[in-house]
Design a protein around this ligand. Structure first.
Ligand SMILES: C[S@@+](CC[C@H](N)C(=O)[O-])C[C@H]1O[C@@H](n2cnc3c(N)ncnc32)[C@H](O)[C@@H]1O
Length: 266
């Protein structure tokens, strides 16, 4: 993307942001020089940085397909990011174009590009909002128009909760669960430092000077986040291990840096 344009007045393009850093890592062009520089710094401390982001997107797509096999026809994608190829509605609409998707992101550049990408697609929308405000998201006109919470929903929180420092992240999940019908599916992926503390410490330092510092959570915290849900097989694993094809596996799996799981709400 050409750097600062009048379209993004109010966005400080000199400070990198995780949405745009991730977009660059995925090969997208909705990012600024500061984001590209930050990603290159990440690659210096983690040569697998591109693998980390593409493996996470791979999990997202497989999770969408899995939820659809379980009968899910509507998704709420929190922290949806810049709509680089392979996002939720693309994965879903390859199978069923009538699936409804509401994206949520609080990053203005990501939201603007998503709005543009979705133009003309009746069954998708973006709500520009902080995911820490579930009530605002649930009552947004776009959400109310597209999603029916009396029926199961696929709630995606993929590579986003590690940008939420809130100590009561489990309480936040409980607020979302209170809106969901039984049979709803919850997909979460989350950065962790538990197997590579030294390297992830350096990764954390790279993010310290972005708009959102990172908060790692271990796989053992998944129990808290998935309270009220039955985890589906294979449980909590690295992204590359979650229902992946053999060619998607990496060794050792902790190179993927992000754990992932999907649960069904009881
Ligand atoms: C690493 S990207 C992940 C994008 C997508 N979910 C995926 O996994 O491919 C994280 C996204 O979460 C968004 N985000 C971070 N904190 C957020 C918050 N409090 N509310 C809404 N979105 C947030 C960022 O702006 C960014 O677009």
């Amino acid at each position: 993307m050409s750097d600062p344009t009048s379209e993004f007045v109010g966005v400080n393009h000199r400070v990198a942001n995780p949405a745009r850093i991730y977009d660059y890592g995925l090969g997208g062009d909705h990012n600024f020089a500061a984001d590209r520089e930050r990603f290159e710094m990440l690659e210096q401390v983690d040569p697998d940085a591109r693998l980390v982001v593409s493996a996470n997107r791979g999990f997202l797509r497989r999770a969408v397909r899995y939820c659809m096999q379980q009968g899910i026809t509507q998704f709420l994608d929190l922290g949806s990011g810049v709509p680089t190829v392979g996002n939720v509605h693309e994965a879903a609409h390859q199978i069923d174009p009538s699936v409804r998707v509401v994206y949520v992101d609080n990053e203005p550049v990501a939201a603007a590009h998503t709005r543009r990408l979705l133009r003309g697609l009746d069954n998708t929308a973006i709500v520009e909002e902080d995911l820490r405000n579930p009530e605002a998201i649930m009552s947004a006109p776009e959400t109310r128009e597209l999603l029916d919470f009396s029926k199961p929903v696929g709630l995606m929180m993929v590579a986003v909760l590690h940008w939420v420092a809130d100590a009561d992240v489990a309480g936040l999940l409980a607020r979302y669960r209170s809106f969901l019908a039984p049979g709803s599916m919850l997909a979460i992926s989350h950065l962790t430092d538990e197997h590579l503390p030294e390297q992830m410490g350096q990764v954390g330092e790279v993010f310290d000077e972005t708009t959102e510092p990172v908060t790692y959570r271990p796989q053992s915290q998944a129990d808290l986040l998935f309270e009220g849900c039955d985890l589906v097989s294979p449980g909590v694993v690295y992204t590359t291990e979650w229902r992946s094809e053999p060619h998607e596996a990496v060794h050792p799996p902790e190179r993927a840096k992000i754990w992932a799981a999907v649960g069904r709400l009881r």
